[in-house]
Design a protein around this ligand. Sequence first.
Ligand code: NOJ
Length: 519
Amino acid sequence: MDDFLWWRDGVIYQIYPRSFSDSNGDGLGDLIGIVSHLDYLNDLGIDAIWLSPFQPTPDKDFGYDVSNYTAVDPRFGTLADFDRLVEGAHLRGMRIVLDLVLNHTSDQHAWFRESSSSQDNSKRDWYIWRECPNNWQASFGGSAWEYDPGTRQYYLHLFTKEQPDVNWRNPEVRKAMLDVFRFWLEHGVDGFRLDVFNAYFKDPDLPDNPPKFGLRAFDRQRHIHDIDQPEMIPFLNELRGLLDSYPERYAVGETYLAKLQKTISYCGEDKLHAAFSFDFTSNDLFFPWDPAWWMDQITRREEATNQASIWPTTVLSNHDLPRAASRYSRGEDDAQAKLAMSLLLTLRGTPFLYYGEEIAMRDISLKRGEILDPPGRKYWPIYKGRDGCRSPMQWNDKPFAGFSNTRPWLPVHPDYTRRNVAAQQADPDSMFNFTRNLLHLRKETPALRRGSFIPLKTPRGTLAYLRQTDDQCVLVRMNFRKSQVNIAQPAGEWRAVFTSAEGARGRLTPYEIQLFSKE
Ligand code: NOJ
């Protein structure tokens, strides 16, 4: 297929391993569970799987607190299971992207145990220890400094106190981290998602952050000394050198407190391939359903990424956000979720699809006592945390939605008897078939994968654009409203290639999506 480059033309599907499929009946998803659904993923039409962490973890941040970077948590399987997963994915032409959480370790990691054992331990400098805290705040609430009574100093943690930040300025740390990349590259991993990579380096003098207006103490300071330090770039250059010594490897950064221009500055031929700028989800309490707002965000991103020759990423859902279907849909109807999916799959950039998004899974709601996620426990009821979007995958209408044969770690959404993969596979109008058809169309249509983006002027409440290559043009039209909108018939020899409803040329029915193509 032309010059298909998997991370640029393809679609990356995020799996939160503990919630995807439980093969051994312990209520937690695992690697073999994923292996057993590789045919499903291949048939769906995705190109790569991003696995959220499955390394050993005391679960203070559900896997994002790693206690050993080069092993598999026995609850999720073994290294041999991981090799099977890589092999199975590769056999089907799919790639594997690993989540590496290297800004901090778990406090149970051997490195931190040593570092915190005495002030003169040889690994003391592997973490950031000080006599006195500065004003830095942890993202999950409270001071970013924790006092260690044993060694009578404070250590830095930008997340929970069980996630101490490592000292990336120490050359031994950097070497150890590059060895982690090497380890997984040797196991056949195709790419990495770097958790909060732009926080690796801190200002060495640890000055206070200057104040600004905000709600939480965390938001009442400008984060200029705790993230985005210049030393990040030489490290990215070194990392890219390592990745490029293997064929077609990839790294995407999760930019902490992402700002578009800053995000772009981390990408390029000798830096990251891509970094999330979260253009459509950057505020996790406010998600506009307004085509004018979307067009604004899209054109801002288009201008900035085109100018820098950077390939964008598109994210509508992940393990940190309320699901797109929960944000935009009313009741059971999936019309708005389909529209969101169309944006995800037809904008210029690599789409990241979150497990369950293909069946428009909704967030679960939990009572206060059931909440597991640390920021949810801290800020309830203003912020209820991220458990909602992490519930078990809904495979069928059997008990526990076919995810497991025992009670899962988080409750299954009560709608699973109606909303599940098996039921939707059998229904031609389902969200599943909508997503699958669009994924396959995208694969066969170079303009949708590679084409430039050209915005079009359309009636209020609608959004339209072209995706264009030298020899193909696709017209995308969407109606964000729950009422019909008349819209001029496109001039020229357009062929209707996709619609969610009637596909009539002179109008768009409520929430309708239409795609036309011209060669
Ligand atoms: C970003 C991850 O996406 C999130 O889930 C995690 O809690 C923090 N980084 C800390 O690792």
